[in-house]
Design a protein around this ligand. Structure first.
Ligand code: BLA
Length: 511
């Protein structure tokens, strides 16, 4: 486990992101009363985009300024709250006899309607030109995915193709670990950029609240980090008498700390989409551009589609992998069980023969501690040391399968035999008697290459309030010692099966 400070939940994870009352100025938002369609709140940059002030629009009827057939679409779409397709609709405002075209994403809330309006972004590159082209590209990517036999290869194909399709300067697939640190699995980038491939980034870089929003929103687009945010007028939403919740708005203004982060990375525009497995964020597709970059709605939709296809592929590949592991563990388990039953003393069956506990646990050593007697196989701590592990397990009242990758963290003297037992899996047989089956994994000194020193993820100014993200992403290496390879869900599962088999055998032997 990396020793870096984790600011995730303590600090960064509690920044309010959705009650900020600010939007990015490449579009504007309007809060409209249900049924009456009176405009009740609007972002002040409407002056730049429509040429009219908020005061001129507040309390006017939306139906007075947009086309009747468009009004009809909005009426129809907002009749059922909490069903949303987020497909933008065309809306043309006629103000002072001039017609201006926008794309509208319509959010229907319990008590009001929220419209996000952006001027139509015309496709800029030839590959963005039309739906058919994008469709063909996606079919091509799908065909390429079929050839990938690992998540690694799948990710590499995905980033190269997404880069070609979208024109971003850098496209990465970023995977979270169980502590929410993430690493870059695959990357496609312009030659003059510093590569981030295989680098690890601390959890606070994408803190909890930012991650949570990906389960609500299918992308986060920042077309230009250099902007002046636009405020909502009035400050309080008159319908809810509260700040307007912007959590699902594409236009939601970006947290300052992240804007600085992008600046420090030399990034002007960014886009990210979630990769989700079993309703949990598995990773991100993260894209950078050195200059401002907005995306047409066709291209945004292509991203959304690709991220769900990639999610489905990741799930399939991971399931395939764990199924393979389960099958091979079951096979070993069956053979070990046969050995156990053929021996007078079943303990011999676990530590001698073609198969031993070491194959089952993928361990470097194992021990059966029963009736005060110790039977061992492979590289293990000494009998005295094993006894002290058992005492510790008893003291800690370990009565179900227990695993650790860093035994010395919990049991200090274990540092003396970390070479053979940094990792431990313990199967309690009879806690009070000190009967346990133990598997040991040797120390595996690991070097983690971080994208910048994670201990400097935040620098506080002397006032204790102002803070900045780190400004160097140069490789910073950390040696992680006293740690073994991690135990998997499958390891725990097969250990549980063995535990039950041993308990049954003991019951049978005593009758
Ligand atoms: C948001 N941080 C993000 C996002 C990404 C990252 C992808 C989503 C927005 C976007 O797509 O730009 C992080 N981007 C990365 C990483 C890589 C990358 C790791 O390309 C790797 C190559 N950030 C900090 C600190 C804090 C912090 C110290 O460094 C907190 C104090 C916060 N990051 C932070 C917040 C957001 C964020 C609050 C959400 C911004 C928003 O949506 O408004």
């Amino acid at each position: 486990i990396p020793t870096s400070k984790n600011y995730d939940s303590e600090f960064c994870g509690s920044l309010p992101l959705h009650f900020i009352n600010l939007v990015q100025p490449h579009g504007f938002i309007m809060v409209v009363q249900k049924e009456t369609f009176l405009i009740r709140q609007i972002s002040e940059n409407v002056i730049d985009l429509l040429g009219t002030t908020p005061t001129e629009l507040l309390n006017r009827n939306l139906a007075d300024i947009i086309l009747p057939e468009q009004m009809e679409v909005i009426r129809r779409k907002t009749q059922q709250w909490n069903i949303e397709d987020r497909i933008p609709e065309n809306v043309s405002f006629t103000i002072n006899n001039a017609e201006q075209k926008f794309s509208a994403v319509i959010h229907t809330k319990e008590n009001y309607i929220l419209l996000e309006l952006e001027p139509n972004v015309s496709p800029v590159t030839s590959s963005e030109l039309d739906f058919v082209h994008i469709y063909q590209e996606i079919m091509f990517i799908l065909a390429a995915f079929k050839k990938a036999d690992s998540i690694q290869k799948l990710s590499q194909i995905a980033v190269s193709e997404i880069k070609k399709l979208s024109g971003f300067d850098r496209v990465m697939i970023y995977q979270f670990d169980k502590n929410w640190n993430g690493s870059v699995l695959a990357e496609a980038l312009e030659p003059d950029m510093q590569p981030y491939l295989n680098l690890c980034f601390p959890a606070s870089d994408v803190p909890r609240n930012a991650r949570d929003l990906y389960l609500k929103n299918s992308f986060r687009l920042i077309p230009n980090r250099e902007y002046t945010p636009a405020r909502l007028v009035p400050v309080l939403n008159p319908i809810s008498s509260n700040f307007t919740d912007l959590s699902d708005c594409n236009l939601r203004s970006v947290a300052n700390v992240h804007l600085q982060y992008l600046k420090n990375m030399g990034v002007q525009a960014s886009m990210s989409t979630p990769i989700v497995k079993d309703n949990v964020l598995w990773g991100l597709i993260s894209c950078h551009h050195k200059t401002p970059k907005n995306l047409s709605f066709e291209m945004r939709s292509a991203f959304v589609l690709l991220s769900s296809i990639i999610s489905a592929q990741v799930v399939a590949k991971e399931n395939e992998y764990s199924l393979g592991q389960i099958n091979s563990l079951n096979d070993i388990f069956t053979r070990l069980l046969a050995q156990m039953y053929n021996e007078q003393d079943f303990r011999q069956g676990l530590v001698r023969g073609a198969y031993t506990l070491n194959q089952l646990f993928t361990s470097s050593g194992a021990a059966v501690v029963l009736d005060g007697e110790i039977k061992k196989v492979g590289k293990t701590p000494t009998n005295e040391e094993i006894k002290s592990i058992v005492h510790w397990l008893q003291r800690s009242r370990v009565n179900k399968i227990h695993t650790t990758e860093n035994l010395a963290q919990a049991l200090e003297p274990a540092v003396n035999y970390k070479e053979v037992a940094s990792g431990l899996i313990a199967l309690p047989i009879a806690l009070e008697r000190g009967d346990y089956i133990l598997g040991f994994r040797e120390e595996m000194v690991q070097t983690i290459s971080w994208g910048g020193n994670p201990n400097q993820a935040i620098t506080m100014e002397p006032d204790g309030k102002t803070y900045h993200p780190r400004n160097s992403f140069a490789v910073w290496q950390e040696q992680v010692k006293h740690t073994s390879l991690p135990w998997s869900e499958q390891d725990v599962h097969v250990a549980e099966q063995l535990r039950i088999a041993v308990l049954e055998r003991i019951v049978r032997d005593t009758h």
